[in-house]
Design a protein around this ligand. Structure first.
Ligand SMILES: Cc1cc2nc3c(=O)[nH]c(=O)nc-3n(C[C@H](O)[C@H](O)[C@H](O)COP(=O)(O)OP(=O)(O)OC[C@H]3O[C@@H](n4cnc5c(N)ncnc54)[C@H](O)[C@@H]3O)c2cc1C
Length: 314
């Protein structure tokens, strides 16, 4: 079979890999230059920072084995705890094993893409029926798998989405030109507010990840809450980045005079809403994987990529 996979995020790559390993001709079409989708990391000055997936769980033995085989000694455990906002001394899921990839979590995308045919910088704008087949980027396929967020897939299929299906997330990376020990003195990795009331839904210090941050600097990642992100989505990044950085500095006792670089990123489709309407009635030969059909968690989208491949393979 010839199968087109839209998107080189984790789910699309896992799906393509499984199909290729079963002897089928799988081509991944990816609109951007990078691999991994929202499992994203970037160079931030001389640092490497995860601005998408912060960490991941490996509860499923099969996913765990595969990630370990791909990453080897670059797979690291995050030892530092996550504090819960407004609950003095309480930890988020104390004892949970949390992982990251030393060189950047996006390395998972690069590793998964080895041996897979990926066409980068190739945004799919149409999926057309061609007899019993489907035409994508001028090529004919027996099946198409979309791993894009559902609103993007729906647009390609000429369908409409009514209620919101994804929450946006405004993200800010902030550098402080001071060693971590002198930058607030906290040993926790992060603080999260699961209630959604605090604009700072997530703040995390990247220094706890080995080899990421240059000596003498401290780097924080901020993720704004869904409500804050939705309210400020169309505003200029300068406005919301400076608003959020003031809140961060107050929370972690950071000195504004030591502030270095700032980077702001707008994730329009960050995580799928829990109570969303699931996509239904897809045309024959069109399949979905990723968090349009599962939870927004790296491990869950990995499994969904694999499951979609098994469905196609019968
Ligand atoms: C800020 C943030 C923090 C997060 N933190 C965590 C975390 O700590 N732990 C965790 O487990 N999960 C986290 N998540 C959720 C996790 O990132 C996602 O659920 C997961 O990465 C989604 O993978 P995917 O393969 O389904 O989709 P994606 O990674 O979005 O992949 C889809 C790909 O499709 C491409 N694409 C879209 N449209 C087209 C088109 N028309 N043509 C071609 N290509 C196209 C996109 O460029 C993208 O590469 C976070 C998400 C965000 C945004």
């Amino acid at each position: 079979m010839r199968i087109a996979i839209l998107g080189a995020g984790i789910s699309g790559l896992v799906c393509a890999r499984a199909l290729a390993q079963a002897g089928h001709h799988a081509t991944v079409w990816e609109k951007s230059r990078s691999l991994g989708g929202r499992c994203a990391s970037r160079k931030f000055g001389d640092h490497v920072v995860d601005h998408g997936v912060q960490y991941f769980t490996l509860r499923d033995p099969k996913v765990r084995e595969e990630v370990l085989r791909l990453c080897g000694s670059k797979l690291k455990v995050l030892p530092n705890p996550i504090l819960l906002a407004g609950q003095e001394g309480e930890l988020y899921r104390a004892g949970e094993e949390r992982f990251y990839v030393q060189d950047g979590n996006n390395r998972l995308g690069t590793l998964l893409a080895e041996g897979v045919l990926v066409r980068r910088e190739a945004e799919v704008k149409r999926i057309e029926k061609a007899g019993k087949k489907w035409r994508v980027q001028g090529e004919e396929y027996d099946a198409v798998v979309s791993s894009c967020p559902w609103p993007q897939t729906a647009a390609l299929l000429g369908k409409k989405t009514s209620s919101p299906v994804y929450d946006p997330c405004l993200t800010v990376l902030l550098e402080y030109l001071v060693a971590r020990e002198d930058a607030g003195g906290q040993s926790a990795y992060a603080r999260m507010d699961p209630t959604g009331r605090d604009p700072l839904a997530w703040t995390a210090c990247e220094n706890v990840k080995i080899g990421r941050i240059m000596e003498g600097s401290t780097v924080y990642v901020i993720q704004a809450s869904p409500n804050y992100s939705r309210d400020h989505l169309e505003q200029s990044p300068e406005y919301w980045a400076s608003d959020l950085q003031v809140l961060l500095e107050k929370l972690w006792h950071l000195d504004p005079d030591k502030r270095g670089s700032v980077f702001a990123h707008r994730w329009r489709y960050a995580r799928s809403c829990v109570d969303r309407e699931m996509p239904r009635e897809l045309p024959a030969g069109i399949h979905l994987c990723g968090d349009s059909v599962c939870e927004s968690r790296l491990e869950a989208v990995w499994q969904s990529g694999w499951e979609t491949a098994q469905k196609i393979l019968g």
